[in-house]
Design a protein around this ligand. Structure first.
Ligand code: C5P
Length: 416
């Protein structure tokens, strides 16, 4: 098969040029959808296919989906100067190998240059993401795992395969993640690439969403928090280079950000326990966005409460203050609180900054209907502990993602 040559331009500083390499495996059918999604996201996509890949899916399909000729040959007489591998290697801002077969992993681990894909891997300065896919028994083989370790050591970024039913009927790890997930990985990579790595190497724990306090097996006390601000912060911290643990309170119905460790809890007591565990495991920054119920029932009834009385009284006891407990137990940790106030925002914020022993507190005025709880937007005033000698910062109304990025930049500044 002769490759159709389309002239290439050099790599840009942003990630816009994605070189998708497809190897021979049944999961190659997913790569067509992946190419389509990447194009939809605005990437320029070029495709390399190995001989094996072409047994599963045709170059014509990928050519039609990307609008670019597909590259299949190492020795390509159509390429400018006859050095297609060098041109492609220079063009790529990011290379994604999906699916990567066991054979390709072995060749890359050895630094072989016996086909176009392997040669471009050696010749490119672009980051390379590898999404292996194969039979679960093959994936578990020590030789494959050794190659994965070697590739990781060499600086390749491995996207772990999913577990589940495989095309061959086996059940286990080795499935190529769905195209939407791979596309999101590329988008995350781009976001990281374009974000100052102000939290590189930092471990961040974030609490998010409401807590749910049981009254009996079917009823509970809770609130309208959705967890959106906490999840936006988790994405922003991850993009800034942090390793993130996200403790999500009961009923949060949001997609877990990729590469973020999520711990689901229900009650304030569960959240307290999860926060303590995260802190003990090592945490540099603790951000509390959760709307923790101030009170819980003294004891949840073991059976459903019957409506036999005209009136009933629930006895409530105070929940632990998670933020204050963590900040007092770990004085060196950088601790960020949130406050929702309807009046005298600065006075209450400064009070909490002191009593909860915080480094920073972000306050929103919940008397405004256009921001806060279920909204996708927020606006904040941020106050800092006296030691930082920083005047309050107002963050104008923006999406929660934008507000999160600004908050992370402030945390990063104070941390450095
Ligand atoms: O005291 P107040 O609820 O206004 O404080 C808000 C801040 O404290 C938020 O950051 C919230 O996540 C945190 N908080 C907590 N545990 C509680 C109550 C509040 O972590 N029991």
């Amino acid at each position: 098969m002769t490759a159709i040559f389309t002239p290439v331009t050099p790599a840009t500083t942003d990630i816009t040029n994605v070189l998708l390499a497809i190897t021979g495996g049944i999961a190659a059918y997913k790569s067509a959808m992946l190419a389509r999604l990447l194009v939809k996201e605005g990437f320029n996509v070029r495709v390399i296919m190995t001989q094996g890949a072409q047994q599963f899916i045709t170059p014509l399909t990928l050519q039609a989906l990307t609008g670019n000729g597909v590259h299949t040959e190492l020795l390509d007489t159509d390429a400018e100067l006859g050095m297609g591998h060098i041109e492609l290697a220079k063009w790529a801002d990011l290379m994604l190998i999906a699916p990567a077969s066991a054979n390709t992993l072995a060749r890359l681990a050895m630094g072989m240059a016996d086909d176009l894909l392997a040669t471009v891997c050696l010749a490119t300065a672009a980051p390379v993401l590898i999404a292996p896919a194969m039979n679960q028994q093959m994936w578990a083989h020590p030789a494959v795992q050794l190659n994965i370790q070697t590739l990781t050591d060499l600086g390749y970024d491995i996207i772990q395969p999913d577990s589940g039913i495989q095309a061959c009927g086996d059940i286990g790890a080795g499935r190529l993640p769905e195209p939407e997930v791979l596309c999101r990985r590329v988008l995350n990579f781009k976001a990281k690439h374009n974000t100052p790595q102000c939290l590189a190497g930092k471990k961040v724990t974030i609490t998010a969403g409401p807590t749910v306090e049981s009254i009996d097996p079917v009823r509970f006390l809770s609130n309208h928090s959705t967890g959106k601000m906490g999840f936006a912060l988790a994405r922003a911290c991850r993009d800034a280079g942090a390793e993130v643990t996200l403790i999500a309170g009961g009923k949060v119905d949001l997609t877990t950000p990729l590469e973020v460790r999520r711990v689901d809890v229900m009650s304030a007591s569960d959240m307290m326990q999860a926060a303590n565990q995260a802190a003990e495991a090592g945490c540099d920054i603790f951000i509390a966005t959760a709307a923790v119920a101030d009170y819980r029932t003294r004891e949840a009834a073991p059976q459903k409460i019957k409506k036999t009385q005209d009136q009933m009284t629930l006895e409530l006891v105070k929940n632990p203050d998670i933020l204050a407990t963590i900040s007092h137990s770990y004085p060196d940790m950088f601790v960020v609180g949130f406050a929702a106030e309807t009046q005298e925002v600065e006075k209450y914020a400064r009070g909490k900054l002191a009593t909860k022993n915080l480094d920073m507190i972000a306050c929103n005025d919940v008397s405004r209907a256009d921001i806060g709880f279920a909204s996708d937007a927020n606006a904040m005033t941020v106050f800092f502990a006296d030691q930082y000698q920083q005047s309050p910062q107002t963050l104008a109304k923006a999406s929660k993602d934008d507000i999160a990025k600004q908050l992370v930049a402030l945390v990063g500044q104070l941390q450095s």
